[in-house]
Design a protein around this ligand. Sequence first.
Ligand code: AGP
Length: 609
Amino acid sequence: MCGIVGYTGPREAGPILIEGLGRLEYRGYDSAGIALVDEEGALFVEKKAGKLVNLQAAIADRTPHASLGVAHTRWATHGRPNDLNAHPHQDCTGEITVVHNGIIENFRELRDELEARGHALRSETDTEALAHLVEDAYQGDLSAAVREALGRVEGAYALVVMHRGERSRLIGARHNVPLVVGLNGEESFLASDVAAILAHTDKVVFLQEGDIADVRPTGVTITSLTGEPLDRPVSTIDWTPEAAEKGGHATFMEKEIHEQPEALAQSLAGRVSPAGGVAAPELDEMADTFRRVTRVELVACGTAYYAAMVGAAALQEWTGLPSRVTVGSEFRYSPPPVDTNTLVVAVTQSGETADTIAPTRWAREQGCPIVAITNTVGSAITREADAVMFLQAGPEIAVAASKTFVTQVTTLVTLAATIAKARGAMAEAAELELGAALRHLPEAAARTLELAAHVPAMAQRYAGSRGFMFIGRGYSFPAALEGALKLKEVSYIHAEGYAAGELKHGPISLLDAECPLVAVATRSRVYDKLMSNVMEGRARDARVIAVATEGDEAIGRFADEVVFVPPTHEALSPVLAVIPLQLFAYHTALARGNDVDQPRNLAKSVTVE
Ligand code: AGP
């Protein structure tokens, strides 16, 4: 949930680390800190509560010349977000410095034990215990000391450790939290993800669970926790540094909403043939499994959960297999009955969400075949799966997901079609109809953005509303839920997402002139039913904002505001319907003066329970 970056090499470490932290702020931003070992071997540390700008102001004009350092941006788990609890943390001697992302679950015992042995711990964090454990274990070799210290630790971590006396060496360690090594000839990096170092190198090593990386300027040596040498491939990342920047937009969220046509095209590449055949080649080896499974359980959180709802509906409709989705935190402790014929599909943009990884791992232990759907190459979820479908959407920096929702939906729909075909359950005509709609989808998304040109003005008019009710039926229900989540996340206005038929069973009492009704009213088999629910809301004085299909001339009679989207396949309708809702949330948040890329209390990647 925090961001880590480390540097060793011939250049000035300070600016490189601060720039890297800027790219990682989406992972957490309640405090930031930096530690540098200067040319004389002296340690410089500065830590500041609040966003990175506070740290930048504190070190301006006094950053020492240094070629070794670590930096951290924090999202608090243990200890309040203040200067003292900000990372990096030191041991008693000030020789050892640690930055950490994750949670040390046995930190209380460790702290008590360390204090009983005379160590003075200054912060309230779990991380500081690590620095003191390394201090105890250090006998001239930092890597050996880190391995020994980690032998005492329970929990999840990505960490980087440096010693003031070992002036060109960083030790990185990973267990259930991401960490990558960047290599660039005479300089090396450690970072929570590639976005932090992409400006300097495209050569990275994705560390795996239990890896210890001994990083020197000219390369890295990787061992296991017990010291056995390990071979890890060097990957070349084809994301340009510009892909991780705002590309002319005011914010990452705006940029990512507008790059959805391109993200969809990229995501569908190789999955739809020019003739309209739908297939995911990365699932070829799973064909026998798809034929024998008897049910499908999907697991995901947040936006990914809503995308998975679309996937579950398509799977059930096209394969006839009972298919359902459960949020990861519920699946983990109240798992559904599974056996070796239960296909489990884990959906996670980051691939690092603890609530999604744990139930997936559990299902794997039960012998379930696993398909993971993620945007992140090398992420933890990929190691739990028999097959992985990558979203291929490029990095998503804004905390509020946008392009990863639409690519999750299309990837899940492709998976559903692939399984249906393997089982002989999808007629060729149905496949070709879906294939044609998928091929047209990037263009339809671009048209949707054009059709939504009036949404900013509309958001201004409604930004003072007390609350919002979003409704949908069938495939438009997950789009309504995602629209409500987007609005909550960035505007901080309360919004409910409901299956439209449920409105009359309770939530209709919330509706009045101050609580608009947002209806996802795209053409579908249940359009008329949805319209009846819209009329129920209108009768309670609610203003109605409708997302409708181009050519729907009747909608104007039911709605005060309409945003049209192009027609598409019903299972793909959430992809287009969500776009005006994302824009509505975005512009409402702007109208209220909020920080849309880093909304309060949130973090991009939730790697703790
Ligand atoms: C979406 O806007 C949120 N930031 C959040 O709900 C997110 O989708 C959820 O935490 C799951 O993340 P994942 O896809 O990386 O697993």
